[in-house]
Write a protein that binds this ligand. Structure first.
Ligand code: C2E
Ligand code: MG
Ligand code: MG
Length: 658
């Protein structure tokens, strides 16, 4: 307790030897001494001095007595001064203590050897919700702390009472009288009171701080949208899973999950709906798991599962199938029905990776393979996947170089009028003249170009090359000739093709919009967010026609044909290739042609290879034909020659045997 050198206003100044009061005290004491001296002298002198005793000795004795009395008087004066100072200190300390005790937010207590309160200040009583007198009257601490905490407290109190631990600070959960839990911080030390060791301590209610800390911790470890553990939590969990597995030899499975076409839901229905969908997906995923499994959201539409101690791979597969089925059930979002699926990549520790990095990489590869297999699949990692990825990586490098070095060529496949056999249009088909691999077909590199984003510059190149070629044909050979180009769904996505630029380029070349047809797939219509629809409308306004390619192979509903601007329907070659008078494809082709005509669309049949197919389709009223029966894809020069030949021959209907 710090001592104040300044006296409190009400206290008297300490006596000082040089002060007036000090002088007065000394004089009084000397007076008392002299009084005593006189009494003594009178006692001594009551009889004659002993015989033979010199008179100076009696005088010396008297002098010593005087000195002794003087010393005693001085000491008495000092003792009194000290006791007065101690008294002042005590009252000052008490005043301070009472002041603090009355206004403090700190609970102050004393606890005896029986671990019961023997003193409690008002704040402690308020904090714990008890009457102060009740608390101070040997109230046992086991009624204030939960059993586990009390056990620790009892041990620590014993250590402090015995002097093993002198001073300590702890944080404990406590219970108020009404049962409400609070968190307290305790500073305790030991004192000796009335000869007995006693614990004196301070208690602070830190519930508010604890709540704030818990909120910060939650934010750092959980995803705000789904309330699932986030990426850092997942990484911690994965690392501890690996360490546990190394210790106990139990393998575990790591599953990467990625929603299929989530972006389209976001684009079509808006981000709020996308968020709601993610929350519902998270709940469904959780419901498919066991208590021991760990689900996390890595971000976006990516989730991870750590399946600890799986019985075998079948058990993991069963969980994955449950997850796939659950996620694929329709959702009701803001009154709209939405459907989505999820792909899963599965890896096992330690078989597929002996550390977190390799395990994650391989789970990602397996997920990629699942997407490649058509989505809504679970795929386990295999070594061959790594080889495929390596090849893909090399192909991507080559493709990037090919875009830079312009290693592409367009071939043109004639599209003929079914009745006259005349070449009215041509479809531009892309070829990659690879310096080592030779000619690479579009099916082998378009998907890669789509995934890597290279499809956008490549698509622009196709557009420009085809338009320049078309300009020449229209000028020299066929004034109404039309070229169609394939546009992939990826080009309609973010920062893909820019219709305004294409339209401006057409105008700059002096080509009317009608000279160009854009071939899209059903996927474009199904995925069509606002962006794709706006692009299609821009094309329509510029007179550019739209053909729905590979019709019948996708899952688009007929409603799309009415909702979007489409001019041509291209029946996919899978219906045409097997066409004969008895085949069921005949009925399908017939139905498609009739329906398209009803909707005001013209029909192009793809992949016509035989005269029979041609005859059947012509009889059905199909408008245009494309296929090896008429011509394979040709170089620009070859098509030019064909157009020249045709321009020289009279325009007669195709005889039926042709
Ligand atoms: P597609 O647009 O349906 O093109 C028709 C495909 O069928 C072409 O294959 C063509 O060579 C082939 N074909 C035509 N007639 C017959 C026939 O009688 N029998 C058989 N068996 N096949 C026939 P190709 O050139 O390999 O193109 C394949 C696909 O690649 C195209 O299908 C199109 O989806 C895509 N593609 C081609 N060029 C481009 C392009 O510039 N951009 C984009 N995004 N995709 C392209
Ligand atoms: Mg096409
Ligand atoms: Mg096609």
């Amino acid at each position: 307790m710090p001592r104040s050198s300044t006296a409190s206003p009400g206290s008297r100044p300490a006596a000082h030897p040089g002060s007036a009061a000090g002088c007065l005290g000394t004089i009084l004491l000397l007076a008392v001494g002299a009084l005593g001296n006189g009494l003594l002298l009178s006692g001594l002198t009551a009889g004659p001095a002993p015989a033979g005793q010199p008179a100076w000795l009696a005088g010396a004795g008297l002098l010593m007595l005087d000195v002794l009395l003087l010393v005693l008087a001085l000491r008495l004066r000092r003792t009194r001064a000290q006791s007065e100072a101690a008294q002042r200190d005590l009252s000052r300390t008490r005043a301070m203590f009472d002041g603090l005790n009355g206004n403090t937010v700190i609970g102050i207590y004393m606890v005896d050897e029986a671990v019961s309160f023997t003193y409690a200040n008002p704040q402690l009583a308020r904090m714990l919700g008890y009457d102060r007198d009740v608390l101070a009257d040997h109230f046992p601490l086991d009624r204030v702390f939960p059993p586990d905490t009390y056990r620790q407290i009892r041990v620590r109190a014993g250590q402090r009472i015995s002097g093993e631990v002198s001073r300590a600070r702890y944080e404990y959960p406590a219970l108020r009288s009404d049962g409400a839990p609070i968190d307290v911080e305790i500073y305790a030390s030991q004192i000796i009171l009335d000869g007995r060791p006693t614990i004196i301590g301070m208690m602070l209610d830190i519930s508010e701080r604890k709540r704030a800390e818990a909120a910060v911790w939650h934010q750092a470890h959980f995803d705000a949208l789904t309330q699932l553990p986030n990426r850092p939590s997942f990484q911690d969990r994965l690392q501890s899973g690996i360490e546990a597995s190394r210790r106990n030899g139990q393998p575990f499975a790591l599953v990467f999950l990625d929603l299929d076409q989530f972006k389209e839901v976001n684009d079509t229905h808006g981000h709020d709906t996308g968020d709601e969908l993610l929350q519902q997906v998270a709940r469904r995923l959780q419901s498919c798991l066991r208590d021991t499994d760990h689900l996390a959201r890595l971000g976006g539409d990516e989730f991870t599962l750590i399946l600890s101690d799986p019985a075998d791979e079948d058990a993991v597969n069963r969980i994955c199938q449950r997850v796939l089925q659950s996620v694929a059930q329709p959702y009701s979002l803001n009154g709209q029905a939405v459907q989505i699926s999820v792909s899963a990549g599965v890896t096992y520790f330690p078989r597929d990776g002996t550390d977190a990095g390799s395990l994650l990489k391989h789970a990602d590869l397996a997920l990629y393979a699942a997407k490649g297999l058509g989505r809504n699949q679970a795929c386990a990692f295999s070594v061959s996947m790594q080889r495929d990825v390596q090849e893909r990586r090399e192909l991507l490098n080559d493709l990037q170089a090919a875009v830079r070095e312009n290693q592409f060529q367009l071939m043109y496949q004639p599209v003929v009028d079914m009745r006259t056999g005349r070449t009215l249009k041509a479809e531009a088909l892309l070829r990659w003249r690879h310096p080592v691999r030779g000619t690479v077909g579009p099916m082998d590199f378009i998907p890669l170009a789509e995934d890597s984003g290279l499809i956008v510059p490549l698509g622009d190149w196709v557009f420009r090359t085809a338009c320049r070629q078309l300009l020449q044909w229209r000028r020299d050979l066929h004034a109404d000739f039309v070229v169609s180009i394939n546009v992939s769904p990826a080009q309609f996505r973010d920062s893909g093709l820019d219709p305004a630029t294409w339209i401006a380029e057409l105008e700059a070349l002096g080509l009317p919009g009608e000279a160009l047809t854009v071939e899209i797939t059903e996927q474009v219509l199904m995925e069509a967010g606002q962006g794709a629809n706006a692009s299609l409308l821009r094309f329509r306004d510029a007179g550019i026609q739209v053909a729905l390619d590979d019709f019948g192979t996708g899952y688009s509903s007929l409603a799309y044909l009415q909702r979007f601007h489409v001019d041509f329907l291209k029946i996919d070659q899978c219906f045409v290739g097997t066409l004969n008078p008895e085949s069921s494809d005949r009925i399908l082709c017939q139905a498609m042609i009739a329906m398209a005509h009803q909707l005001g669309l013209k029909v192009i049949a793809e992949g016509i290879e035989t005269d029979e197919q041609h005859r059947i389709l012509e009889a059905m009223g199909c408008d245009y034909g494309q296929g090896y029966r008429y011509a394979r894809p040709l170089t620009a020069d070859e098509l030019g020659a064909r157009l020249r030949r045709e321009s020289l021959t009279p325009r007669l209907p195709t005889p039926p045997w042709c």
